[in-house]
Ligand binder design. Sequence first.
Ligand code: ATP
Ligand code: MG
Length: 436
Amino acid sequence: MRFSRLLIPTTKEIPSDATLPSHQYLVKGGFIVQEGAGLYNYLPLGKMVLDNIRSIVKQELDKAGCNEVQLSFVTPLGLWEKSGRSEDMGKEMLRIQDRHQNSFVLSPTNEEAMVTLAKNRAKSYRDLPINLYQINTKFRDEARPRFGLLRGREFLMKDGYSFHSSHEDMVREFELMEQTYKNIFTKLGLDFRVVEADSGAIGGSGSKEFHVLANSGEDTILVCQDCDYGANIETIFDNEAEVDALNALSYEELQTKQVQQKCSCGGKLYFKKGIEVGHIFQLGDKYSKPLEAHFLDENGKTQPFIMATFGIGVSRLIAAVIEQNHDQKGCIWTKSTTPYFVDIIVSNAKKDEELQAGEKIYQELQSAGISVIIDDRKKERFGFKMGDFELLGFPYAIVIGKKLQDGLVELVDRKTLEKSEYNIEDITKILQEKFC
Ligand code: ATP
Ligand code: MG
């Protein structure tokens, strides 16, 4: 792609409520633009990151045997009344009426609709287990939409639901999904922890959350220094005020707090801030029973499905990547999430020799299967282009400038901002090695 052909409306103006780096940089870099409170439009670069995340989620789920479907975003209110959740969801669930005064909701989650879909389609224990998922829009009329994509009202979620003939089989799938989620977040290049969690309005018996570690995280988690154990503090302190007080503390303030408890392995427990990017629940028959979703067991007896449900905040992940990976100058995308791996900066695109050298490397990198953008803008100066590279956060830049006459180009590493010179003939090979 050429910079001159791509809509990247970078701006110096940031919304007054943009307090977090991800919110500021995603708006400044022209990845997203706000449409209303908690509502965002994705511009080309934002859409590329969203699609990258989405495709890693899909790849790993498909590998684990999950089936992708897509449900209607609008569901009849009657379904929610039947499950008894209409009241629990409160004002977060946006209700609408059609011209015939029929009531509907904009889906905040889809347990009811997915149970209804599986009902009468998976009829016998022989049809089970089955794991259905979608990557689809959700709407929650959050009391305080904030922090850009971290807490929107409309957002993209992967929601999955599994149906089983026994508790044991559901637990097996729950563990498979825990591993699959770990694979997803590892592939996204994130530092994360899996923690014991509260099941909240979704309900059920056991649940785990996946938190991206970031000082700006809204949640406080307790993790062990020596083993994998971690827990959301909501599961540890009964007193809601105590939880709120800890959540209100900054990361630095939290470090001064001592926890008296020790982990069962004997290790020291310490506080971290996390951004919840995934949540998996063991549901049992909480939804299948009221919605009369049954199958015939081996003895020909009618039983409600035993279920589990699995969520990932796909659009929240865009912001989580940046909360964990940024500096004073802007975004630092991970290899698997970045819109482009390399930015070829032609210092002075009015000079034919510079532009031609850039074009040659551009073709070579494309042939090598590396995603690349060439900054071929004629009216922008080198400093401006470099500023854009630092703000947009692609992993590498190749600078074509004065040293071209000696056959040299400069490679800039966005993470460290280190610069090194290479022979122009070698640069594609060097980047191929970094890309693998
Ligand atoms: P939170 O406690 O952050 O409100 P939740 O427990 O309500 O999250 P779930 O119902 O488990 O969230 O939804 C699954 C996933 O969807 C969450 O783990 C989170 O990553 C994402 N998510 C939830 N609410 C939002 C939101 N308002 N904006 C963006 N992503 C969200
Ligand atoms: Mg919520």
